[in-house]
Design a protein around this ligand. Structure first.
Ligand code: GLP
Length: 236
């Protein structure tokens, strides 16, 4: 596991962009993308770079169920605004939150992942250790599936909505096994509020109670942290 500790978000963005650039130069064609506030510095740095993804495919981790891609709270909309407007991909996939047939929506998405194996997957982490929307207790062998969001995740994400009652209660997410299939995973976390979960995920027991702890079993992980989120780690 390669852990990079940076001083501020500008440095984090550069470090994240450098990971993408290296993979792109090595011939990577499929990039797994994430939403949330965490990857924004990386997307901003990529947006301001001369990197070209017009020959690449992007596959996003998750989407709220019940939101159309044009809804300003949808993850599809988020990606358009924070990355795709500046850096278009040849083809970008986000789970179809407007398809209420969960079995069909999730099976179709897993097929897309199988047909386009992910070279680099960027991840944030929820305060309870979730990756994508895989809440604590999600089996490590899970594929793309529908999820009932926990109260803590609904509360954490309410800041993006006018009213907490507007936060969707369900999401489609790549499963843990779908995520672990990526050849290289870049985990990012910033701020004091992530310090405890980063310690548990990277140095605690590997357990389905902390979904991100599964990353300890992946052979190619890069982690970008700031000093606050890294504060509880035993770094030498
Ligand atoms: C959401 C997303 C996750 C993200 C998490 C943390 O739940 N589904 O992919 O990692 O939020 O968000 P933030 O980066 O804003 O802390």
């Amino acid at each position: 596991m390669n852990i990079i500790v940076v001083d501020n978000l500008a440095q984090a963005g550069q470090a994240g962009k450098d990971v993408f650039a290296k993979e792109l130069n090595n011939g990577a064609k499929v990039f797994g993308l994430a939403t949330g506030s965490t990857p924004i510095s990386t997307y901003d740095a990529i947006g301001n770079s001369d990197l070209d993804f017009s020959d690449c495919i992007s596959i996003n981790l998750d989407e709220y169920v019940g939101l159309k891609s044009t809804d300003s709270q949808s993850y599809h909309y988020f990606m358009q605004k924070h990355l795709f407007d500046k850096k278009p991909f040849k083809k970008s996939y986000v789970p179809d939150g407007s398809n209420l047939d969960a079995a069909k929506a999730t099976e179709d998405y897993e097929k897309i992942i199988n047909q386009n194996p992910i070279d680099l997957q960027i991840l944030g982490i929820g305060r309870n250790g979730h990756i994508g929307f895989n809440e604590p207790g999600t089996p490590f062998d899970s594929l793309t599936h529908e999820i009932n969001l926990t109260e803590s995740t609904i509360e954490a994400n309410a800041r993006f909505f006018e009213n907490i009652n507007d936060v969707p209660r369900k999401a489609y997410s790549m499963g843990i096994a779908s995520i672990m299939g990526a050849k290289h995973i870049l985990l990012e976390a910033f701020g004091t509020q992530k310090a405890e979960i980063i310690k548990a995920a990277l140095e605690g027991p590997v357990t389905e109670d902390v979904p991100a702890s599964v990353l300890q079993k992946h052979p190619n992980i890069t982690v970008i942290l700031d000093r606050d989120s890294a504060a509880q780690l035993n770094l030498n």
